[in-house]
Design a protein around this ligand. Structure first.
Ligand SMILES: NC(=O)c1ccc[n+]([C@@H]2O[C@H](COP(=O)([O-])OP(=O)(O)OC[C@H]3O[C@@H](n4cnc5c(N)ncnc54)[C@H](OP(=O)(O)O)[C@@H]3O)[C@@H](O)[C@H]2O)c1
Length: 246
């Protein structure tokens, strides 16, 4: 299925994986609303890169911890692009250390607000457009295991995993809803790169993945007209080994 001419809203497009997905869409003929919260410069760079190759793109700011801002974002994206949104990629997330025996209730609420409630509200706003569409939620390859150092984060990601399946049923037949679960993805630079590379040999495929591996999986699901409610693990097989992070 060709994506050319579609309109996509990508949350968290100012950096990392959201940025890679936005660029991959923008260079595939998709008009992109590149959302950011604090990474305004990154979001503007994405817009400029897409426009430099003849594409269409706009930068939009929203704090997705505020349900009102989350609910309004699809409409704002449609207004910026001048036509309705066909594609939603929920990439924005918070990822902070926390343990199940001592996290503050507000820490759990903060993770749920950005990582699960905001994607749900964005999906509802897509449904309110009453037209066909496709949604991909960024999950996490560790969500089925026990990562004891990021308990609140993983609880919120498990919620988003379940929402992905629920929404695939609720929004069918018009809107497909799928997930991509990244694993050990090495950023191109920074301290996170060394940490990821040091774990590469523990992966079944004995290497790390890249942001473009994740973006390719997202585009695959967006192009596949007969897949809904599914999750692709982009993790070199790591989830098959179970609770290695616990
Ligand atoms: N990278 C990995 O190795 C990996 C592994 C497993 C799962 N994932 C999942 O893949 C997705 C992308 O990961 P990433 O590494 O690209 O994330 P990241 O580098 O941690 O960036 C987080 C993104 O979320 C946005 N964000 C955070 N709080 C926000 C808020 N209150 N309102 C709006 N936006 C907010 C940030 O926007 P600003 O920068 O504009 O503030 C940023 O774009 C996430 O859902 C993550 O859980 C990633």
């Amino acid at each position: 299925m060709s994506l050319t001419g579609s309109v996509a809203l990508v949350t968290g497009a100012g950096r990392s994986l959201g940025r890679a997905v936005a660029l991959a869409l923008g260079t595939s003929g998709v008009a992109v609303a590149a959302h950011h919260h604090t990474s305004a410069d990154g979001s503007v760079e994405v817009v400029e890169a897409i426009r430099a190759v003849g594409g269409e793109a706009w930068s939009l700011r929203a704090d997705l911890s505020d349900p009102k801002e989350a609910l309004a974002l699809v409409g704002r994206a449609a207004e910026a692009c001048g036509r309705p949104v066909d594609i939603l990629v929920n990439s924005a997330s918070v990822y902070e250390p926390s343990r199940v025996l001592d996290f503050d209730p507000e820490e759990l609420a903060a993770n749920v607000r950005v990582n699960a409630l905001a994607p749900l509200l964005l999906c509802r706003a897509m449904a309110a457009q009453a037209r066909p569409g496709s949604i991909v939620n960024l999950l996490d390859a560790r969500m089925g295991d026990y990562d004891r150092d990021h308990a609140a984060y993983h609880l919120s990601k498990r919620m988003l995993r379940d929402l992905t399946r629920m929404l695939a049923l609720e929004l069918a037949p018009g809107i497909r809803v799928n997930g991509v679960a990244p694993g050990l993805i090495a950023p191109p630079n920074g301290p996170g790169r060394e940490a990821a590379l040091s774990l590469a040999q523990t992966n079944p495929l004995q290497r790390t993945g890249s942001a473009s591996d994740v973006a390719e999986a997202v585009l695959f699901l967006l192009r596949s007209g007969f897949i809904t409610g599914q999750t692709i693990y982009v993790d070199g097989g790591r989830n098959l080994r179970g609770s290695v992070y616990g």
